[in-house]
Design a protein around this ligand. Structure first.
Ligand code: F6P
Ligand code: MN
Length: 293
């Protein structure tokens, strides 16, 4: 199955073809380097390597006007203005959850294709997806038409679910951050959810969100007492995941509104992130105050 817009299809094909290579290249690149990313997090060798690989390939596509990544401070101008027709900006988290590389746990690659110059609202996304490096490599891709899950092998993508929908009955939840750092209203909400659902938290957003898409439930990384804006980044994580979950029939929220409506100030802005079954996200919005709104 291909996507109708040729530029968007090229972006998706390039990322999905690179995934097997990225997975293979993780071997030998597990160590940390003496650098921090623009959000102040320690980088591992594989973060920098995957960013360079994807950046070079995506910037070479005609119609990709901008490339931005969690691993570089500035937007790269690739020779086109995303305000023009058929020119897009691609934002990537090359290795989501890369601190899991040390313990050999799940990780992912996240991408968003925006029809606007970065930083942009999630509403301008025309496609978003993620690769999950689990026991097998899968890709979940959301476009304006559908949400599809693929298995990726040797450069090929094979459809395994043509119409991914969040199950109606939620089963799992996962919330990030230290419990004592959660504001009281979020702690109360979490206590209630614990009575209803099973905990599934692996420390890589992609792994945790894929559990929610598969079984139904809620994933959240809330605003913290020590950091009201939370941990996850709007352009590279919140928007693409919000787009995917909303397209699959669920909801996304920063605690106040859909992630896709949030106005960004800066490329590396952080935001509280909550995605999952509509009823659970609505209940969260009723209970939890967004302290950065
Ligand atoms: O990209 C940030 C990230 O690695 C996410 O994948 C994950 O959800 C979160 O950080 C984990 O943070 P913590 O270690 O605080 O649970
Ligand atoms: Mn990440």
């Amino acid at each position: 199955m291909t996507v109708s817009d040729p530029v968007v299809e090229s972006v998706i094909a390039t990322i999905s073809r690179s995934a097997t290579e990225i997975r293979q290249g993780l071997i030998g690149r597990r160590g940390t380097v003496d650098e921090e990313n623009p959000s102040g997090e320690t980088q591992v060798e594989a973060d920098i390597w995957a960013d360079e690989l994807l950046g070079d390939r995506l910037a070479g596509i005609d119609g990709v006007g901008q490339y931005a990544s969690e691993e570089r401070a500035e937007v790269e101008d690739c020779g086109g203005d995303p305000a023009m027709e058929d020119v897009y900006a691609v934002a990537v988290d090359p290795l989501d959850g890369s601190s899991n590389l040390k313990s050999n746990n799940a990780m992912g690659t996240i991408f968003g294709v925006y029809d606007a110059a970065l930083p942009a609202r999630g509403e301008t996304l025309v496609a978003a997806g993620y690769i999950l490096y689990g026991p097998i490599t899968t890709m979940v891709l959301a476009t304006e038409e559908s949400v599809t899950e693929y298995e990726l092998t040797g450069g090929e993508r094979t459809v395994v679910d043509r119409d991914v929908r969040l199950p109606d009955e939620p089963v799992v939840y996962g919330f990030g951050g230290r419990v004592p750092d959660w504001p009281d209203d979020f702690q109360e909400y979490a206590r209630e959810i614990e009575q209803e659902l099973k905990l599934r938290y692996g420390g890589a957003m992609i792994g945790d969100v894929n559990q929610v898409l598969t079984y139904g439930g809620i994933f959240g990384y809330p605003g913290l007492e020590s950091r009201p804006e939370g941990k996850l980044r709007l352009q590279f994580e919140g928007n693409p995941i919000g787009y995917i979950v909303e397209r699959a029939g669920g909801r996304s929220s920063d605690g106040n509104q859909s992630l896709l409506s949030v106005d960004p100030d800066d490329l590396h802005d952080r935001t509280p992130v909550h995605v999952g079954n509509s009823e659970l996200v609505e209940r969260l919005e009723d209970r939890v105050e967004n302290r950065i709104a």
